[in-house]
Design a protein around this ligand. Structure first.
Ligand SMILES: *Cc1c(COP(=O)(O)O)cnc(C)c1O
Length: 363
């Protein structure tokens, strides 16, 4: 018997209408501060329908860290201006200038490779120089930024179009008025000392949304690159829900393959689990447990939040997700589905897993 597409499991249900509405809220909030929004699609592997929903919601650019994703979107007819968020590898320069209008880069070598590729293709390509204001992922140190900007500006075939920064990714450094103002001072010095007009000042990612809400983003920051907040409706520093946003634009669903009463503490000598961790257990007696047909190859169990109360995620191995369903409001039986919202990391895993079906609803 064929299973209708809406019932295949495990699956991620994607609501394009909710993504569009979330995008509209973010875009409007940013517009009031003079900020244009780049919608970041990487967590969806560059899903063209998600990109279209973001564009309907008013984002000005589509941005992704992977060329394969930008290529996928171009092939599907996404024709807006695009940003490549991660510097291309040297051998990818040709693809980069073909599918992206702008690249965020931090090495002069990359600028040269892009310049050469753009000249060979006869296309325009712009670069945004990434500056590290403390988070220690990509970017040149602040005191080297002007020197690098000057060298990039002399590379033939590309245009140095702006500067940007990224925080709250590796080091967890929070965006502040102060660390964003560093970019504005660099912009001013580039104009004064080098005669370079940096048009785009790209202030950060979803972690900057709280500052946008309180009007604290310094005047002059004119671009933010937003993925998580728009897709999951949360402020990413404390993962609090953002007002007026949908938290369930993406829902994960999986099916129970075993439901049984079992003790809450394993029997036998305890060593490492399948992933090298030694776990501890609280004895809650004999409980109803359900096993869902999905696992770490598809999701991050810590990032799953059941949509119904009384269900706890106990853990997962590669292919089995174990739930405590003792206090669930309904009786869960083999064949029943349980649905969850997801953290960013969990969504990333689910969208990337070839075993998880993607079921898109809305326009
Ligand atoms: C992923 C990424 C973003 C978007 O981050 P979110 O937290 O999803 O908003 C922005 N900028 C860069 C450089 C990125 O790699």
């Amino acid at each position: 018997m064929a299973v209708p597409a809406s019932m295949v499991a495990p699956r991620v249900e994607v609501s394009l209408d909710k993504i569009e509405e979330n995008a509209r809220v973010v875009v409007e909030m940013c517009r009031r501060s003079g900020i244009g929004v780049a919608g970041v699609t990487k967590v969806t592997c560059g899903d063209p329908e998600v990109a279209r929903a973001m564009l309907r919601g008013g984002v000005r650019w589509i941005a992704d860290s992977r060329l394969a994703n930008l290529t996928r979107m171009r092939k599907a007819g996404i024709s807006c201006e695009t940003l490549l968020l991660r510097a291309p590898m040297l051998g990818e320069a040709d693809e980069a200038v073909t599918v992206a209008d702008m690249s965020l880069i931090s090495s002069v070598e990359t600028a040269r490779a892009l310049g050469e590729a753009a000249r060979a293709r006869g296309v325009q390509h712009r670069v945004i120089l990434m500056v590290d204001v403390g988070d220690l992922r990509e970017g040149v140190p602040v005191d080297a930024a002007l020197d690098v900007a000057g060298r990039m500006a002399r590379v033939e075939g590309i245009r140095l179009h702006g500067i940007g920064t990224n925080v709250a990714c590796y080091g967890g450094v929070m965006p502040t008025r102060e660390n964003m103002s560093v970019l504005l001072r660099l912009r001013d010095r580039a104009r004064r000392d080098l005669g370079i007009d940096l048009e785009v000042i790209s202030g950060g990612n979803s972690s900057s949304i709280p500052l946008v809400r309180t009007g604290e983003v310094p005047h002059g920051i004119n671009q933010l690159r937003i993925g998580e907040s728009m897709l999951l409706g949360r402020d990413v520093t404390y993962r609090r829900p953002l007002p007026g946003m949908h938290l369930d634009a993406f829902v994960f669903a999986a099916q129970a393959i075993e439901v049984a009463r079992k003790p809450s503490v394993p029997r036998g000598e305890i060593g490492q689990d399948a992933f090298g961790k030694v776990r501890t257990f609280r004895d809650k007696g004999i409980r109803w447990r359900a096993i869902l047909a999905c696992g770490r190859q598809d999701i991050d169990p810590e990032g799953l939040r059941p949509l119904e109360s009384g269900i706890d995620v106990l853990g997962a191995s590669s292919d089995h997700l174990i739930l405590d369903v003792e206090d669930a409001d309904r009786e869960i039986r083999v064949g029943d589905e349980v649905r969850f919202t997801m953290s960013y990391g969990c969504l990333l895993a689910a969208m990337t897993s070839p075993y998880v079906h993607k079921v898109v609803t809305g326009r």
